[in-house]
Design a protein around this ligand. Structure first.
Ligand SMILES: Nc1ncnc2c1ncn2[C@@H]1O[C@H](COP(=O)(O)OP(=O)(O)OP(=O)(O)O)[C@@H](O)[C@H]1O
Ligand SMILES: O=P(O)(O)OC[C@H]1O[C@H](OP(=O)(O)OP(=O)(O)O)[C@H](O)[C@@H]1O
Length: 228
């Protein structure tokens, strides 16, 4: 009797695009292009593996709850997920590998004319708009800065421009989005890249299928594989 295929959860933007070359190094090919198809379950050229497309924020949930066996998620998403789901227990989600893809950083940014350093020195209360409330709270708590955190789901750059917030905490890569909106990066909080996440029960029950897949990713993202 053949086993059901392993399910790999990916979000359809950068993570999908940057995971494909890692899979390709092991001869694994996704047989449909999410940019052209509305399908959410994509076959691969291997009977034992399929890809499901989920929102980036849902990848940890799918993997932890067993909707997928394995997934790729940004460190930003993983930190927020773990902080919000402490009740679920730390178990269920194994993070064996930093894949080094979708690299960016989490930063504090503010409007060009805003004197962030002075406001921090003065001990002023800051209004912080962000999707990453846990990371923002931790960062400002460590600095001893009092903040009101305003949770947003996107377009954080707009918040200081409309008077909704003083600063934002968001992802920065090239800096082009900040520049286009007359914002400046004033503090880097942490480097971000995407990690492999694995359902712990699946890892125990389906060792023989999952271990080789983890090894495929480990080989593909090793430094010598990058330069080859
Ligand atoms: N500008 C950026 N440069 C590099 N990596 C980024 C950048 N912005 C976000 N990321 C990383 O990519 C992850 C988002 O992955 P991806 O682009 O696949 O999701 P998405 O498809 O945009 O999200 P959603 O599924 O919510 O629409 C983030 O969690 C972060 O780790
Ligand atoms: O420094 P840059 O290279 O300009 O990248 C930064 C932008 O990238 C991310 O957004 P993304 O492109 O993922 O858009 P989204 O949040 O709407 O998915 C982030 O939220 C910034 O807006």
């Amino acid at each position: 009797m053949s086993l059901p295929p392993l399910t790999l959860a990916l979000s359809k933007g950068r993570i999908f695009d940057e995971t494909l070359p890692l899979l390709a190094q092991a001869g694994i090919e996704v047989l449909e292009d999410p940019a052209r198809s509305r399908k959410l379950i994509l076959p691969t050229n291997q009977d034992g593996l399929r890809v499901v497309l989920v929102r980036a924020t849902d990848v940890p949930t799918y993997v932890q709850q067993g909707g997928a066996d394995i997934g790729v998620a940004g460190r930003d998403i993983l930190i927020e997920h773990v902080a919000q789901h402490v009740g679920w227990g730390a178990s269920g989600l194994y993070q064996p590998l930093d894949l080094g893809i979708a690299r960016c950083r989490m930063s504090v940014a503010c409007p060009e004319g805003f004197d962030y350093a002075a406001r921090v020195r003065q001990g002023a209360r800051l209004r912080v708009a962000t999707k990453y409330t846990h990371i923002a709270r931790e960062h400002f708590a460590r600095k001893g800065v009092h903040v009101d955190v305003i949770k947003l789901y996107g377009s954080m750059e707009l918040a200081p421009l409309t008077g909704l917030a003083d600063v934002i905490v968001d992802l920065v890569s090239t800096g082009a989005t900040l520049k286009a909106n007359h914002l400046v990066e004033v503090e880097a909080i942490m480097d971000i890249s995407s990690h492999l996440v694995v359902n712990q029960a699946a890892l125990k029950l389906r060792q023989a299928q999952i271990r080789p897949l983890i090894d495929v990713f480990a080989r593909a993202c090793a430094p010598e594989a990058q330069s080859a």
